[in-house]
Design a protein around this ligand. Structure first.
Ligand SMILES: [Zn+2]
Length: 306
């Protein structure tokens, strides 16, 4: 019993520390005072952006937190608050909009704009990229990591292509099949211990055509350790897609290919327990979860066995 009380105390104090700067919104409607103050501010901010009528000076935005309810997604939050994809995904560092999902705590700024991790960016670099006065870039305490700081560019938008990648619509399903393994930590069937799976496995009959999820340049098309016959395609903005365990590879190194073009066929090369595609999306070296692309796996799961 004593142990339990100590544990509870510790976890509550850690929680308070991490959330010190954010104001909790319970409901996205006008009977919630926190929602009222958030939405009054965001609606004004959106109107300034529409009219291209920026303020002379901005102060650091207040950060609100909201736990997504059943049936809600990023579009619910956008409709209710007037925030946009750019502000929500950059503040929370969501690779794809599908990361706004039920029961997830999402941080919401009271001013529209874009956020950047100060460990990864320089003010001057951001100022140049967005034609923004470096002296007007604000600092915000990172709601995800209390010791960290974010740079904030108020009422600035992400470039169109960058936003489009975050919606995930640029990626097409590479293969219709049955998802047999998801992204994340799982028990490796070969060594029987926890390992990180950086993609998804889609099972389908051997020889079925695998399509490029997105057009780009082929930077690898050869045998590999583990992934067997592997194709890697380089896209814009540091994104890559990987196609593993192929039977045949039907494209060549350095080839420029289009979205949907055949890259090879489903096989069992490398470490497999049956014919399937290992599919990964990476940004730079970081694997991203394709299951956070809304609708993506609906395609992948349409041919479920009866
Ligand atoms: Zn896999």
């Amino acid at each position: 019993m004593k142990k339990f009380i100590i544990y509870l105390f510790v976890s509550i104090s850690v929680l308070n520390l991490a959330k010190a700067e954010s104001i909790s919104v319970r409901n996205l409607n006008y009977d919630d005072a926190a929602f009222v103050s958030l939405s009054e501010s965001t609606i004004e901010s959106k109107n300034r952006m529409i009219k291209k009528n920026m303020l002379e000076e901005y102060t650091s935005p207040s950060i609100y937190s909201y736990t997504v309810k059943k049936g809600e997604d990023i579009w619910t939050i956008i409709a209710k608050t007037s925030l946009n994809i750019d502000s929500i995904t950059t503040l929370n560092r969501f690779d794809f909009i599908g990361m706004v999902r039920e029961e997830k705590e999402v941080f919401l700024p009271d001013t529209l704009g874009i956020f950047f991790d100060a460990r990864e960016h320089e003010k001057e670099e951001l100022a140049q990229r967005f034609s923004f006065n470096a002296a007007h870039i604000l600092m915000v305490e990172d709601p995800l990591e209390s010791e960290n700081t974010l740079y904030f560019l108020p009422e600035i938008k992400l470039p169109f292509l960058e936003r489009t990648y975050r919606t995930g619509v640029v990626f097409h399903a590479p293969l219709m099949g049955i998802k047999t393994s998801g992204y994340g930590t799982r028990i490796d069937p070969f060594v029987n211990e926890d390992t990180f799976h950086g993609g998804i496995d889609i099972a389908a009959e051997e020889g079925k055509v695998v399509h490029a999820s997105r057009g780009g340049k082929v930077i690898y098309a050869d045998a590999s350790d583990g992934y067997g016959n592997l194709v890697i395609i380089k896209h814009e903005l540091g994104y890559y897609t990987l196609y593993g365990h192929l039977n045949e590879i039907s494209i060549e190194m350095d080839q420029i290919i289009e979205t949907g073009q055949a890259v090879g066929t489903v096989g069992t090369t490398g470490r497999t327990t049956g014919p399937h595609l290992h599919f990964e999306i990476r940004r730079y070296n970081q694997p991203l979860n394709p299951e956070n692309i809304p609708f993506f796996l609906i395609h992948g799961e349409t041919e479920k066995k009866q």
